[in-house]
Design a protein around this ligand. Structure first.
Ligand SMILES: NC(=O)c1ccc[n+]([C@@H]2O[C@H](COP(=O)([O-])OP(=O)(O)OC[C@H]3O[C@@H](n4cnc5c(N)ncnc54)[C@H](OP(=O)(O)O)[C@@H]3O)[C@@H](O)[C@H]2O)c1
Length: 307
C-alpha cells in the first residue's frame, strides 16, 4: 500500500512511500483511509521510529473488510478511529472498539481531526467535572487540542479564557468563541480560575497553577513548550480544598474510545462543535504540514487528504 513512511532523510522524517498491507485480526475492520491528521506527538514519534515504519494515530475512511468475528461496522461504512500507529497508511486495520461510524453530513476529513485532539480535550474536561458557570483557562488555545478545549468548555457552560501566543492565534481563538483571549497567563486579571486545561507546560503551567481557585484542578495534557515548570515556594499550600494537577491520557488501551468519538461526532453533526482546520492538503505535502506545526504557525488542526 501507499503510506507516509518514516525516512530519516526526509524533511520531518516523513515521506510518501510504500509499506506492507496490514493484516486485520478477527476483531478488526480493514479501512481504506481517506484522511488522516497530524498531531504534535507524531513529530516526536517520527524521530524515534525506524526507516519504513508507518506511524499515525488518527484516520477516517471507508470499511473495505468487516471484522472476521462479526462485530463492528459493515463494508461500506464511513468510519473514524484511533490507533497506536498505522494511521498514515492507505489501508489500516483497526480494532472495532476504537472506531465510530461517521454520521451523514459530517466531512470525513474533519472527522479525521477528532480522535487525538478533540478526544483529549473532552477527556480533560470530563476529568475536571461540572463546568457550568465555572472559569476555565485554556493554554495553547490556538493549537489542535486547545481549539477543541475552548469550544467544548464553552458548550459545558464555562466562562472560557484562552491563551494564545500570537496576534493571529488570538484572533483564531476568538472566532472559536472564547469569552476572553490573552497573550499570556500573566495577563489573566479578573480573579481565580476553577479549571486549567494545559497543553504547554513550563512557565505557563506554573503560572496557571498559581491562578487556581481552592478546589480547582489543572488538567495537564502536554508540554508543547518543552520547558520544565518551577512552582514558587509555598504555592501548593494554604488552599482550603485540594488544588490538583491531574494527568490526562488519551492514548491506546482505553475502553471508551467509541463512546468518546460518538459524543464528538454528534456535536459536529449538530453544528455545535467546529473542527478548526488551519492546514489541509494532499498527503504528499506532508513536509508543509510538518513545517507549519513545528514552526508554531499552524492554527488548529492539520488534515491530510489521501489521494
Ligand atoms: N496527554 C495526551 O493524551 C495528549 C494528547 C494529545 C496531545 N498531547 C500533547 O499536548 C500538547 C499539545 O498538542 P497539540 O496537538 O494541541 O499541539 P499544537 O497544535 O502544536 O498546539 C500547541 C500550542 O502550544 C502553544 N505553545 C506555547 N509554547 C510553545 C512552544 N514553545 N512550542 C510549541 N508550541 C507552543 C502554541 O500556541 P501559541 O503559539 O499560540 O502559543 C501551540 O499552538 C503536545 O505536547 C502533545 O504531545 C497529549
Amino acid at each position: 500500500m501507499r503510506a507516509l513512511i518514516v525516512d530519516p532523510e526526509a524533511p520531518g522524517r516523513l515521506r510518501l512511500g510504500e509499506a506492507p498491507d496490514p493484516r486485520p485480526e478477527p476483531g478488526q475492520v480493514l479501512v481504506e483511509v481517506r484522511h488522516t491528521s497530524l498531531n504534535a506527538a507524531e513529530l516526536w514519534f517520527a524521530q524515534q521510529a525506524a526507516l519504513g515504519e508507518v506511524i499515525g494515530f488518527d484516520a477516517a475512511g471507508v470499511v473495505v473488510d468487516a471484522a472476521a468475528d462479526g462485530t463492528g461496522p459493515a463494508v461500506g461504512s464511513r468510519v473514524v478511529g484511533f490507533g497506536e500507529g498505522g494511521g498514515f497508511g492507505a489501508l489500516r486495520a483497526m480494532d472495532v472498539a476504537d472506531v465510530a461510524v461517521v454520521p451523514d453530513g459530517v466531512d470525513l476529513g474533519e472527522a479525521a481531526a477528532l480522535p487525538v485532539a478533540a478526544g483529549t480535550a473532552l477527556r480533560a474536561l470530563d476529568q475536571a467535572g461540572a463546568l457550568l458557570g465555572r472559569r476555565v483557562l485554556v493554554t495553547g488555545a490556538s493549537g489542535g487540542v486547545g481549539g477543541f478545549a475552548v469550544q467544548l468548555a464553552g458548550l459545558g457552560g464555562a466562562h472560557v479564557i484562552a491563551v494564545a501566543g500570537s496576534e493571529d492565534g488570538r484572533r483564531w481563538v476568538s472566532e472559536l468563541g472564547a469569552d476572553a483571549v490573552v497573550g499570556g497567563v500573566d495577563e489573566v486579571t479578573a480573579g481565580a480560575v476553577d479549571v486549567v486545561i494545559d497543553t504547554v507546560g513550563g512557565d505557563q503551567l506554573a503560572a496557571a497553577y498559581g491562578l487556581l481557585a481552592s478546589g480547582g484542578s489543572l488538567q495537564s495534557i502536554g508540554w508543547a513548550s518543552g520547558r520544565e515548570a518551577v512552582l514558587p515556594v509555598g504555592s501548593t499550600l494554604g488552599s482550603t480544598a485540594p488544588k490538583a494537577i491531574v494527568s490526562v491520557y488519551n492514548g491506546g488501551g482505553l475502553t471508551d474510545r467509541q463512546a468518546q468519538l460518538g459524543r464528538l461526532l454528534a456535536l459536529v453533526a449538530a453544528g455545535k462543535l467546529r473542527v478548526p482546520v488551519g492546514w489541509r492538503g494532499p498527503w504528499d505535502k506532508i513536509a508543509d504540514a510538518v513545517e507549519a506545526l513545528s514552526s508554531r504557525r499552524l492554527r488548529g488542526k492539520a488534515v491530510l487528504d489521501v489521494n
